[in-house]
Design a protein around this ligand. Sequence first.
Ligand SMILES: Nc1ncnc2c1ncn2[C@@H]1O[C@H](COP(=O)(O)OP(=O)(O)O)[C@@H](O)[C@H]1O
Ligand SMILES: [Mg+2]
Ligand SMILES: [Zn+2]
Length: 533
Amino acid sequence: MSYVALYRKFRPVDLSQVKGQDHIVTTLRNQLAKSKVGHAYLFTGTRGTGKTSTAKILARAVNCEHPTPDGPCGECDICRGIADGSALNVFEIDAASNNGVDNVRTIIDGVDYRPTTGRYKVYIIDEVHMLSDSAFNALLKTLEEPPEWVIFILATTEVHKLPATILSRCQRYDFKRISIETIVDRMKELMEAEGREADERALRYIARKADGSMRDALSLLDQCVAFQAEGTLSYDKTLEVLGAVDTEIFSRLYRGIINRDTLGCVSIIDDMTMQGKELTQFVTDFVWYLRNVMLVTASSEASKMIDLSTENMVRLREDAGMSELDSVIRYIRVFSELVGQIRYAAQKRVYVEIAFIRCCEPRMAIRDPESLTDRVAALEKKFEEGSFSYAAAPSSAKSDEPVIRQDIKMPEAPKALPDDVRKLIENWPGVISDCANDMMGSVRSCKPVLGEDGKLILYFPSGDMGARMLNNPPLRDNLSEIFEDHVGSKVDFSIQETESEEMFDGGLYDLRNMVKPGTMNVPIDTEENMEDF
Ligand SMILES: Nc1ncnc2c1ncn2[C@@H]1O[C@H](COP(=O)(O)OP(=O)(O)O)[C@@H](O)[C@H]1O
Ligand SMILES: [Mg+2]
Ligand SMILES: [Zn+2]
């Protein structure tokens, strides 16, 4: 007999086997018990969560000769007829391949005639969002007033593509992503039915990878089982079969960051690119690795919650011992931001490299207070190694080690003159690119203007959140420091809102016309120019 994939072999046959959708199962049970079924259902939700299976169960349940609380009996002629496809009253249409108006007409033409067997004619239209406009219109007419013997069950993963006219005529059921727990339990059941054993951790790993889809979980399980024909399905084997990106690479990258080995990190990325690895996925996985490092750094008990082979776990523990929790959290932040940035970027690799450089060289993030931890650690290390001393202080200015500005008492800077302000405004793109991420958005949305009194005014479109954000003392002080870095004097500034839209069109930089409207080059990593970068 040919091999049948697990997810097909174990398609739920009644409501008791539909897992993780209790809200839907309960409602359907009640309707069936009271014989109050609707005439148009819409099943939505991610793939592999049970929409088609439930539609088939419902189609049998309404026709079954001896229905049970779980739906169809599975034994009567009608149940069997539907199961083997010989019954003439259940119609399954895949709208993905039959999306034209003619396809819909063919179906609908039969609607007017009572079923010859069973009570209802049930039309299951899968991937209904694929129907063409005219096909929808044809369907709509029938949905408006279906004959009493007709039930439509529409299923789709993309409910937002359906016209409101269709939505308003259906009872809608949202199929949820299925929890890891529920998926693991189901897999255990099926493994038992198959006479196989599996490590709990192996099943958990598969369930996590399936991301809420039972079908994906079962396909993955299939791969693992096929690979390991007998014996207990072990955790290490599972990792191997599913080609989990070798965590050793992540560990090497992590150590590269700790040792400030920018070049090493960049060359690993080079290798990954050569191997054709998808960088967004790669960075996502690296964030997950860092998360594991973080958990183990925070508590050694955490290893239980982490999916790693024994060998890799040893390495992870070593990694966790190498850094402060704060630093790890900072890396996680840098790389999670990166995931969002590179998703649609053309030059992903450049962004990935920048992120590694940011982590390797804490000075690059000089205004990011979190990088202080790294910079202090670097200094401490230098002290410990004896390569840093007060006597040598004058030469330390040339040293590569980070200098901690906060430690140095700076003399009060002179107040800025209008010329300084003008200089600052002319170099506004530079100011923006010096801002830390949490501030950059706000600074970008304002227009710097040299006021009548020679002072800087930051104008925000009225109601803009940026105005409120920048008025916060920490951000305000931070910005003030950036200004000072740029012009060498203390720039007083006010934050104002304006209704004037022209102000943001370009042009009006300077109420006294002292500054010519400069070209506002947007710095490299803005969202707007990400695509064509
Ligand atoms: N909620 C669920 N409970 C049990 N098995 C499920 C569930 N959802 C999906 N499956 C498994 O995945 C397979 C495909 O499910 P299906 O109902 O076609 O998903 P959908 O139509 O939502 O994409 C089923 O045959 C079954 O093995
Ligand atoms: Mg389906
Ligand atoms: Zn039956």
